[in-house]
Design a protein around this ligand. Structure first.
Ligand code: COI
Length: 354
């Protein structure tokens, strides 16, 4: 396939942010744009100055939410190289989301070439300070000017870049999580397994309630029995119970996290038993009561590894590992980020140099 990215990089460079980066607040000098037209396919890939875009008010995405997105990061190594982490997995997952939302797929090699091209363009924006990276946000949305409900015939693919520090203000310190019992995030057969904006829109009511009560995030239960643990707002979850690692199985309503997959592989290779299965809230409470709940942590690209120190389940309050990060979560964090920042060897071939 002949594929070329046109560069229009005429705009002046912006000053780099100073001090704490936080998450998703600053954007780099450029963005990548590519269009899709039915019958023609994906076309006109271009790198242009970062800035506002023009959309018809009737663009279908604004009415029916036909949108999918991804998240990955570029890391700067001590010797100045820039590494991506398993980008082909994000390409694959975006295509799975595209299929679920009836949107056009992008060839995986083209997708990864687009990511590499925009990161190479704004390479000087990949921060070097401890714990920082360049967050990469690819997304696709429906652009047909039309008000009927159907799949669009035109789409726009974009990649924007944001230099980031920690997703949670707590950093790698344990977070407090509220177990949601009123609302649900997803049901099997819905869109829970796809990375689409609508899933996140549906989660904001609960997240806002949890924030008001002093919690960082909510932990979702299954939408049918309201009994089995699914995931946290921006992370998959893992538990260490009597030495065994347990994580909810991917049964169609949970996001198949790339950090989740990497953590499972690392833990198994280290000799841990990792079981992907259903885990009920009652089992969790019992494990806490009998002292076998040793650790809980979340995994995600934005959050990396986030230990959970406290859980609120209705009236019951659980403190895990005295509210401190556990040795397993710390080990996965050190190993994963060690590979990502090029500090330790990557025997899996997960890192890809830009
Ligand atoms: C990520 O971990 O990359 C995510 O997409 C979470 C995001 C909603 C901030």
């Amino acid at each position: 396939m002949k594929f070329e990215i046109i560069r229009d990089i005429s705009a002046p460079k912006k000053p780099k942010p100073q001090g704490e980066l936080g998450f998703g607040r600053y954007f780099t000098d450029h963005m990548l744009v590519m269009n899709y037209t039915e019958g023609k396919g994906w076309h006109d890939a271009r790198i242009v100055p970062y800035g506002p875009i023009t959309l018809e008010p009737s663009s279908m995405v604004l009415h029916y939410g036909q949108e999918v997105f991804e998240g990955l990061k570029a890391y700067r190594t001590a010797d100045g190289r820039v590494l991506l982490f398993r980008p082909e997995q994000n390409a694959r997952r975006m295509n799975a989301s595209n299929r679920r939302l009836c949107m056009p797929e992008i060839d995986e090699d083209v997708w990864v070439s687009c990511v590499k091209a925009i990161v190479a363009e704004d390479r000087d924006w990949v921060p070097a300070e401890e714990g920082t990276s360049l967050y990469i946000r690819p997304f696709i949305f429906a652009t047909d000017p039309f008000l009927g409900v159907r799949s669009s015939h035109t789409y726009q693919f974009m990649i924007i870049l944001s230099p980031v520090g920690s997703y949670y203000p707590e950093g790698i310190q344990p977070v407090k999580i509220y177990i949601e019992s009123e609302y649900v995030r997803a049901v099997k057969g819905g869109t829970g397994l796809a990375k689409c904006g609508g899933n996140y829109a549906a989660s904001i009511r609960s997240q806002s309630n949890a924030h008001a009560k002093g919690y960082t995030q909510v932990l979702w239960l299954d939408g049918v029995e309201r009994k089995y643990i699914e995931e946290v707002g921006t992370m998959n979850v893992f538990f260490k119970i009597a030495g065994e690692i347990v994580t909810p199985a991917l049964e169609g309503s949970i996001l198949p996290g790339i950090t989740r997959d990497s953590a499972i592989r690392l833990l198994r290779d280290k000799g841990y038993t990792v079981t992907e299965r259903r885990i009920s809230i009652d089992e969790l409470v019992e494990a806490s009561d009998n002292g076998s709940l040793e650790e809980m942590f979340g995994t995600g690209t934005a959050a990396v590894i986030s230990p959970v120190g406290e859980l609120q389940i209705g009236e019951k309050h659980i403190v895990i590992n005295d509210g401190k990060i556990g040795s397993t979560a710390q080990w996965i964090y050190d190993t994963l980020t060690g590979m990502q920042w090029g500090k330790i060897a990557d025997p899996y071939g997960w890192t890809v140099e830009v």
